[in-house]
Design a protein around this ligand. Structure first.
Ligand SMILES: Nc1ncnc2c1ncn2[C@@H]1O[C@H](COP(=O)(O)OP(=O)(O)OP(=O)(O)O)[C@@H](O)[C@H]1O
Length: 244
C-alpha cells in the first residue's frame, strides 16, 4: 500500500541571497487542509522559503515537491496549485481592481464563464466590489493587500502561500482574514502563513515552524491554548543570536 503524498514537501532546501545563506537545509511537509505558521524574526528566511515554494526563486540545493512532483522539473505546477501573496503584493498601478482579477485569471488558464464567476466570487469575498473600477495606483495599503489576496485565491489553489498577510489590515479586516484562512482550510486547502506576530499563529494555525538564521529550529503541532509555550519557545530561539 502506498501512503498519500503530502501536498507540499521541502527536502533539504537551501538558497543564498547576495552571496550569504538565507535558507539552509530546510525540510518540511504540509498536508491538505493544514495551516502552518512560519515564524521568525526579520531576516530569518521566511520570504525566501515562500518564494521557493511559489516557484519564484529556485533552490540551489534540495527539492521542492508539489503533489509528489518536483517543481524544478514541472514549473507549471506552481501556477496551477499555488496561490501566492508576496510580502508586497505586486500590482500594476495603471490597471483597475477588476482588470487585475481578469489578468491573474487568464494567467491561471481561466476564461469565459469560469473567469466571470471566479472574479465575482473574489470581489464579494474580499469586499472589493465597490472598488472594482478603481486604479490599483490609488488604493490604500489595506486595499492593495486585499486585492493581492484576491489574485492569490482566484483559481482556488490547493496551496495558499501568504507572506505576512496581516500587514496593513485593520482589526476588522484581520478578523475577516482569519475567517478566510479557516474557511479555506476547512475546504481542504493547505495554507502556509509567514509572520512575526505570534497571535496570528495561535489564532489560525494548527502547526508551527520557527526559522532562525535560515534554519529550522522548531516544528510541531500547536494546541489551542499554547500561546504562552509558543512565546517562550520563540523568544528562546530568537534571542539565541544575541547570546551567540
Ligand atoms: N532581494 C534580496 N537581495 C539580497 N538579499 C536578500 C534579498 N532578499 C532577502 N535577502 C536576505 O536574505 C535573508 C533572508 O531574508 P528573508 O526576506 O527571506 O527573511 P524574512 O524572514 O522574510 O524577513 P522579514 O520578516 O524581514 O520579511 C536576509 O539576510 C536578507 O537580507
Amino acid at each position: 500500500m502506498t501512503l498519500p503524498q503530502p501536498l507540499l514537501k521541502l527536502e533539504q532546501v537551501s538558497r543564498r541571497r547576495a552571496g550569504r545563506p538565507a535558507v539552509e537545509a530546510l525540510s518540511l511537509a504540509l498536508e491538505r487542509g493544514q495551516v502552518l505558521g512560519l515564524l521568525g524574526i526579520n531576516g530569518a528566511g521566511k520570504s525566501t522559503t515562500l518564494a521557493m515554494i511559489a516557484g519564484a526563486l529556485a533552490p540551489e540545493r534540495g527539492r521542492v515537491l508539489l503533489d509528489g512532483q518536483e517543481l524544478a522539473e514541472h514549473p507549471s505546477l506552481a501556477r496551477r496549485l499555488v496561490g501566492w501573496l508576496p510580502e508586497r503584493a505586486p500590482l500594476w498601478q495603471e490597471l483597475t481592481v477588476g482588470e487585475h482579477l481578469d489578468a491573474h485569471g487568464r494567467l491561471r488558464g481561466l476564461d469565459g464563464k469560469a473567469l466571470g464567476q471566479a472574479r465575482a466570487r473574489m470581489l464579494e469575498h474580499l469586499e472589493l466590489a465597490p472598488l472594482e473600477r478603481r486604479l490599483a495606483g490609488v488604493l490604500s495599503q489595506g486595499q492593495r493587500q486585499r486585492l493581492g489576496l484576491a489574485c492569490a485565491l482566484l483559481h482556488q489553489p490547493a496551496l495558499l502561500v501568504l507572506d505576512e498577510p496581516g500587514n496593513a489590515l485593520d482589526p476588522l479586516q484581520l478578523a475577516a482574514l482569519r475567517a478566510l484562512i479557516r474557511e479555506q482550510a476547512a475546504a481542504g486547502t493547505a495554507v502556509i502563513l509567514s509572520t512575526h506576530v505570534l497571535t496570528e499563529v495561535t489564532a489560525v494555525c494548527d502547526r508551527v515552524a520557527i526559522l532562525h538564521e535560515g534554519t529550522l529550529r522548531h516544528e510541531g503541532m500547536l494546541a489551542k491554548d499554547d500561546h504562552a509555550a509558543l512565546e517562550r519557545r520563540f523568544f528562546g530561539i530568537a534571542t539565541a543570536r544575541a547570546a551567540a
